[in-house]
Design a binder for this molecule. Structure first.
Ligand SMILES: O=C(O)CCC(=O)C(=O)O
Ligand SMILES: [Fe+2]
Length: 454
């Protein structure tokens, strides 16, 4: 039987001929409809008549993956089959991999497109000057952010840390505990970070972002996921799209790991970074103490469980986006380390937190920090505290800047659930080597074979 006819008859009510002619069909099925449909068709064929060669390739017009399936004739009776090309226009990358796995193929297609090499001109900041957003940023429909108008960020607890020093201490700790359990996120005010250092940092960051690119990135645009410096987003394996953000990533502790070659050669900027990151270190350590106490542990329990601090600072720069409903600034993720202290610099909304399947915006509160539990505290707390997914959406009018200070770990640090938090009712979750965990993202990006900056 002619494969394409069988497929058409059995499964495709919406097929239309390819506009370029003769070779195949185009479907407009959703990924969830599609994957079971095609794979069950292929698997239902008797072994002998399964197409002997099937190659899948893809490209990203409009952010979708097109999958081409080539069937070559196996037997003379199949000669009429020749070569059939099926173009699947709504097909997401995870569905693509899962289809390949279901068909017994390696997750990677044999021939992947070569890595896309970008130059300075491809930073989002430059692209944002255009009227349209390039296809590389367009998310598959199911990943597009809805701008949530109904949820209020007031629901995310605000913890006044000034109360920790006085008679309200128990109340403040209890609020933090509740926030960690229910949200994995909270905001802090009166957090003790020197306001003059915050102001200095803000001014230096704004000045930095107005510098010409060769001064912002003296060592060139950041290379690869593991290096420091100024750069731009990668293709995300789960969406196939790039984030609409550029960023400056730097390791700040231990101090010996500061890669000054990638920092702009400006005394005041370096000074601001040093002062600011020291404040962030102190804040994170204080928070880890509170979280430890709230878990019924000694104040230094989480700090000891995480080991030496490898602090990373990420200055996120989200230029205005001509079509924010189809792109995202930072795609949904959890943070890798212990805790994150995030500062949204201006009055531009962007951060959203996932709770019970809904995205809640976190409106910037002047001078406040947004604190979130990250993956390694989830492990150390044996899952009592969870590292919650969040993302940043973009807008057409204003650029947005946020600064995240990550309490990251030595790559060899092995984080285990703290023994006091393990019980027969709550058996130990698996231990994690931080370096392996952090490399997961990079490896996944490599697997896809399509790094943005090579
Ligand atoms: O910009 C934001 O609000 C969020 C950024 C973020 O989550 C991150 O950099 O890990
Ligand atoms: Fe994050």
């Amino acid at each position: 039987m002619h494969c394409s006819q069988h497929l058409r008859r059995t499964h495709l009510s919406t097929c239309v001929p390819l506009s370029c002619g003769c070779l195949g069909l185009t479907w407009s099925l959703t990924p969830s409809q599609f994957s079971p449909c095609l794979s069950s068709f292929l698997l239902s064929l008797p072994q002998a008549s399964r197409p002997p060669l099937m190659a899948l390739a893809h490209t990203f017009p409009c952010g979708y993956i097109y999958v081409y399936i080539y069937f070559l004739p196996r037997r003379p009776s199949h000669s009429s089959c020749k070569l059939s090309v099926y173009t699947l226009s709504t097909y997401s990358r995870p569905a693509y991999f899962s289809l390949r796995l279901q068909l017994g193929l390696a997750p990677m297609a044999p021939a992947m497109p070569p890595p896309v090499k970008l130059t300075e001109g491809d930073l989002v900041e430059r692209i944002s000057k255009g009227e349209n957003i390039p296809d590389a940023f367009v998310l598959p429909v199911e990943h597009r952010p809805e701008v949530c108008l109904t949820r209020s960020s007031d629901e995310i607890p605000i913890v006044d840390m000034a109360g920790l020093e006085g008679e309200k201490r128990e109340e403040v700790l209890a609020l933090m505990h509740k926030a960690c359990l229910e949200w994995g996120f909270f905001q802090v005010i009166n957090h003790g970070v020197d306001p003059s250092v915050m102001e200095y940092m803000k001014q230096q960051v704004e000045e930095f972002l107005s510098l010409p690119m060769h001064e912002r990135a003296p060592g060139g645009i950041r290379k690869g996921v593991a290096s420091q410096g100024y750069g731009t987003g990668y293709v995300k394996p789960d969406t196939g799209a790039r984030d609409w953000r550029d960023y400056f990533l730097l390791r700040t502790y231990p101090e010996s790991m500061r890669d000054y070659e990638t920092w702009p050669n400006r005394e005041s900027f370096r000074d601001a970074i040093s002062k600011y990151t020291l404040e962030m270190k102190k804040l994170a350590e204080r928070l880890l103490e509170c979280l430890s106490i709230n878990l019924g542990l000694a104040p230094d329990a989480l700090k000891n469980a995480l080991g030496e601090l490898h602090q990373d600072l990420l200055i996120n720069h989200y230029p205005p986006c001509p079509n924010p409903s189809v792109a995202v600034g930072a795609n949904k993720h959890t943070d890798l380390g212990g805790v994150t202290c995030l500062w949204q610099l201006d009055d531009v909304v962007g951060l959203q937190v996932l709770k019970d399947g809904e995205w809640y915006p976190v409106h910037p509160k002047p001078g406040a920090y947004i604190i979130n539990v990250a993956d390694m505290v989830e492990v150390a707390s044996n899952g009592i505290y969870r590292s919650i997914q969040h993302r940043a959406v973009v807008n057409p009018a204003k650029r947005r800047i946020s600064i995240a200070a990550f309490y990251d770990l030595h790559p060899d640090a092995i984080v285990k659930p703290i023994p006091e938090l393990v019980s027969p009712e709550r058996p130990a979750c698996p231990s994690v080597r931080f370096g392996d965990h952090a490399m997961k993202l990079a490896i996944e990006t490599d697997k896809v074979g399509k790094k943005v900056v090579d």
